[in-house]
Design a protein. Structure first.
Length: 291
């Protein structure tokens, strides 16, 4: 009986250890930005940001993963790359196109509206030695710069046209408002239409129009001159808001008041007294001179 119990305990221990080993193994997974199939990605500093579900980037895994990445264009040509691990977050890394190497080779330069593929080998491992297990391809398309430029130019033309239209409309409304306020609404002069209407020659119509314009301008100038003279004589003028401003000091009687302060009479009396005293002093001085 004791032997059977020992066997059962040993079997349970083996099962427990086996289960812990099985559950301890982790399946390595990866997410990317840009995602697979994404369009309109950046041309500058082209690359793919990778995020794993476990830590990567220690010395051992970096050495083993050195040849696990590659980027190719739509023709299968390999693009020089550089691999960076994030020192602040060991689950993240970056695979970038090598800008220095690309700059020295025109055929390798990143093109717009072109499909590129990042290949990750299934042999990629994390710091614990867990493998990715299968090859992973992340395909993305760069920005269509020429199309975006055309769209931008079309939008600029539409915007400029709209600005011109609304500016012209506003100016026209302002002119109409000024004509309504002045009570004058003059139609544009068409000499050909006027000559046809009156039966006169074109020269006669133009001469008559110029004479009429000069007459109106002279009349407007005389009116402006009279208004200016009238404004100089007036004590006050009316503003647009209906208020009045006084141009200079005015006596209280000008406002319609009959209140008498007496200050004028006192001033006149004081002046008269000073004149009387001055005459008296002059007479006294004359008498002393005769003695």
């Amino acid at each position: 009986m004791k032997r059977i119990g020992s066997i059962l305990c040993l079997a349970a221990l083996i099962v427990t250890m086996t289960a812990s080993v099985c559950f301890g193994a982790q399946s390595l997974k990866v997410e990317s930005y840009p995602e697979n199939g994404q369009k309109n990605t950046s041309i500058e500093n082209m690359g793919v940001k990778l995020t794993f579900n476990s830590e990567v980037g220690d010395k051992k895994s970096m050495k083993k993963n050195a040849d696990c990445f590659s980027i190719t264009d739509d023709k299968g040509k390999k693009i020089p790359i550089r691999v960076f691990y994030d020192p602040k977050d060991s689950t993240k890394m970056m695979v970038l196109a090598d800008a220095v190497a690309i700059a020295n080779d025109k055929d390798l330069r990143i093109k717009d509206n072109t499909e590129y593929t990042l290949h990750i080998s299934g042999d990629f491992v994390d710091n614990e030695g867990n493998e990715l297990g299968k090859d992973t391809d992340i395909t993305f398309r760069t920005l269509n710069q020429s199309q975006n430029t055309k769209v931008y130019m079309v939008m600029m033309v539409i915007m400029m046209g709209g600005m011109f239209f609304f500016t012209s409309r506003q100016a026209k409304k302002q002119m109409e408002k000024q004509q309504e306020e002045s009570g004058v609404k003059e139609e544009p002069f068409n000499p050909y239409k006027e000559a046809k209407r009156t039966g006169k020659s074109l020269e006669e119509v133009i001469a008559a129009h110029e004479k009429e314009v000069a007459k109106r301008e002279a009349k407007a100038a005389r009116k402006a001159k009279r208004n200016a003279a009238s404004d100089d004589d007036d004590y006050e003028y009316e503003e647009d808001n209906g208020n009045y401003k006084v141009k200079g000091p005015r006596p209280i009687s000008a406002g319609g008041s009959s209140y008498i302060t007496g200050r004028k009479a006192l001033a006149e009396a004081r002046i008269a007294e000073e004149e009387r005293l001055a005459k008296r002093r002059a007479a006294n001085a004359k008498k002393k001179k005769k003695k």
